[in-house]
Design a protein around this ligand. Sequence first.
Ligand code: PA5
Length: 463
Amino acid sequence: MTAIRFDYTNTLAEVVGPTHGLTESELAGLAPASAQALERVQARRARDLRWMDLPYQREVHDSILRYAAQVRGRFDNVVVLGIGGSALGNTALQTALNSPYHNLDAPEGTPRLFVLDNIDPDLIGEFLECVAPERSLFNVISKSGGTAETMAQFLLLRERLIESLGERDHRDHLVITTDADKGVLREIVRREGYQSFVVPDGVGGRFSVLSPVGLLSSALVGIDSGGLLAGAAAMDQRCKVPEFAQNPAQVHAAVQFLLHTRKHKPIAVTMSYSHRLRDFADWYAQLLAESIGKRKSSDGRDVFVGPTPVRAVGVTDQHSQVQLYAEGPFDKWFTFLSVDRPDHSIEIPKAYPDLEGVSYLGGHTFKGLFQAERDGTRVALTEAQRPNATIAFEKIDAHAVGQFIYLLEMSVALMGEHYRIDAFDQPGVEAGKIAAYALMGRSGYEQRRREILASAPKISRWV
Ligand code: PA5
């Protein structure tokens, strides 16, 4: 098991200059506040930040493995019905730890995985045309147990299952992950007797990937969920260390906060030089945006803060976004995700020895080319005085991915303290949910519906 590394050399003033880079004294200046932030966050571990102890939930994990063993070989497809924190981690784990072509060629006895995280009727319609519900296990995930999108999907798939399998047998095709007591989904579990797992208290959606939210679908599709938890536990130990420079979460949070607030870089680009990690850039975008993007400070003042996450993929986006990154406004900082040892080694064939424009490639490997392009982009951004860091994986396995998840969760928790906001609520998301309930005519939301309709613009301009 190797530790992942957060290399922040190229965020330093010595490398990218003092206008855009951080001085050692700026970092050292935040160290005392960072130590206090760490103490405050750790003090909440046993109280309301229960996600911090997810790496140690042995009994829950055992029950997930037992269920996965029980249903093994019975389904062609596992389908997650969920959205936001109840979906992004599932997708990210699947693409990181299974083949990108898993659904085309799943190993014997292992189902395909689909994550239906939208309600676009074309997406749902096409899904129903391709995937047979009676060959599928549906994992309905909702922490609140009431999110309109997820509940609508549940109602649809439940009806299709009853149509094809009957009232009694449809139940074997549904497994619910939701709060232990609250929410309409838990009430439905009580009535129907569906198999269910619990999203524990103190585990918000975007911090839930290491709970049954992410572990169940992972175990069902053959991912080493135990390795994930072990990796997260190893990172938990590293992130408890009080010394600023030894603690990767403290340093990561400080670099994000200082580059934003002192060096005027409101945009945080995560550029994954790993196809396997590209969906983790999406997962982190939610974690960062929903946690730190806030109107109110912890003491109730209007502050309107938050970095803007952007996702990019190397090398693909070298041919799309890097022009802007290297020469556009100095409003971004970059985090590369890099992998030293990919699983595959593929040689580029030698051919056309008389054509230098192509013959220089022959005999190199795709790994060599990929890493040269990554390093080339890093050099180009550094020379252009664009601060950039790297989260380096020696190789991608469940242990390393567990470390990565926990590092970023801890870092975001610490950022909440630096930005002085509550990193664990999401009033903006709730406001959208309430508006949707009102517009859909849900009882209890009549007044909100009237307000929305009354506030519609009185003018219309279009061409
Ligand atoms: O992180 C969050 O809290 C949100 O993104 C939720 O995960 C998302 O809104 C889905 O909510 P729920 O799991 O309650 O259906």
